[in-house]
Write a protein that binds this ligand. Structure first.
Ligand SMILES: NC(=O)c1ccc[n+]([C@@H]2O[C@H](COP(=O)([O-])OP(=O)(O)OC[C@H]3O[C@@H](n4cnc5c(N)ncnc54)[C@H](O)[C@@H]3O)[C@@H](O)[C@H]2O)c1
Length: 331
């Protein structure tokens, strides 16, 4: 079995490749343009390079990507490649449209051609990895997002992901291709870029810098351990389910301020330090168009694929803080 992973050198993609590696997938192909958000050392665990192929390539380079696909004949296609930082999308959405919309269109067209030439005996599948942010904003009393919710994105990042997803839905409807979208909540775990909330908080605390929190810190996100997300993706990949989308969440809603305070307390414990890192917390003007709350109802994937998030949040957060502590102490 061979799997082609787009964006496999980033945070989630690299953990997903680790998972493929651990379950003994025969051939893993990683295509990544190595943007600022990637880190090839995320993939240092790979010992047997015989079964692993890396190509530094932009997903928009259609001819190059077609050559790679034809060379390896993958069974499954999984797309993680994206611009992912909301703040950057507010600065400029250009790169977000290029990768998250036009890049998805390139991959879908390549998959369409590839699938039309296949003998259909092999059950190919294309999974588009997406976000809960496409659904927009919830109030405190709203029900969590289910797959029935209409997309209603509120920032350029979520709008670009929603546009990519709409293309996927349209290719399902128009060309009857075996495509699946997954909409996951906030991932946490090792190897995330320092611009994101958890690593940024650890880095700031360690370097005695202020820990910035948008607005009054009461915005709510659902958190899932990255390996639980990857486990859900493996189940989607191996299932017979196509032409649908799955919500994936961690059943762990937290206010940002609560999360940051937990990280500060873990750091004080781990450093055996009387310092109260919470004094570094600094409220900064709110992000424009900041969604108040995301929450995910994952009952569809739980019932259909017998999946559930396994990692206990306190344990996962403690391990994650430990990872960044070690990483940033040596930087
Ligand atoms: N991180 C989260 O909490 C989260 C939650 C839900 C969904 N997602 C989705 O999961 C996917 C992966 O997210 P992540 O947090 O690992 O992101 P990331 O920013 O850590 O990694 C993205 C990877 O994609 C690569 N890439 C970017 N543009 C590319 C292009 N044009 N061609 C080839 N490679 C390109 C980058 O080099 C990088 O290695 C994204 O699609 C994101 O929207 C992320």
């Amino acid at each position: 079995m061979s799997v082609i992973v787009f964006g496999g050198s980033g945070f989630i993609g690299s953990r997903f490749i680790k998972r493929l590696y651990d379950i003994g997938v025969e051939t893993i192909i990683n295509i990544d343009k190595l943007s600022y958000a990637s880190d090839q050392s995320n993939l240092d665990f790979i010992e047997n390079k015989k079964n692993y192929f890396f190509y530094k390539e932009d997903i928009n380079n259609k001819d190059k990507i077609r050559d790679i696909i034809e060379k390896h004949n993958p069974k499954y296609f999984i797309n993680f490649a994206a611009e992912t930082h909301v703040d950057n999308s507010i600065e400029s959405s250009y790169e977000f449209i290029k990768t998250n919309v036009l890049g998805v269109q390139v991959l879908l067209d390549l998959f369409k051609d590839y699938y039309s030439k296949s003998n259909k005996v092999i059950h190919h599948k294309f999974i588009q990895v997406s976000t809960d942010e496409v659904y927009g904003d919830l109030t405190i009393t709203d029900n969590p997002f289910s797959e029935e919710n209409k997309y209603s994105p509120n920032n350029p990042y979520s709008a670009s992901k929603a546009a990519g997803d709409h293309l996927v839905f349209s290719y399902i409807n128009t060309y009857k291709l075996p495509l699946v979208i997954t909409n996951c909540s906030n991932n946490y775990g090792p190897n995330q870029h320092r611009e994101k909330l958890i690593p940024k908080t650890v880095y700031s605390a360690l370097h005695n810098l202020r820990i910035p929190i948008y607005g009054d810190g009461t915005n709510i996100r659902d958190w899932i351990y990255v390996d639980d997300h990857c486990d859900a993706l493996i189940r989607v990949m191996n299932s017979k389910c196509n032409n649908t989308h799955f919500n994936i969440g961690g059943d762990c809603e937290l206010e940002n301020i609560n999360l940051v305070k937990q990280i500060c307390n873990i750091l004080s414990d781990k450093l055996n330090n009387k310092a109260d890192f919470k004094t570094l917390i600094s409220f900064v003007p709110d992000r424009p168009g900041h969604d108040y709350r995301y929450a995910i109802n994952s009952s569809f994937i739980k019932e259909t694929l017998d999946w559930k998030p396994e990692k206990e949040f306190k344990k996962g957060l403690s391990e994650t803080v430990n990872f960044y502590l070690k990483k940033f102490q040596t930087e």
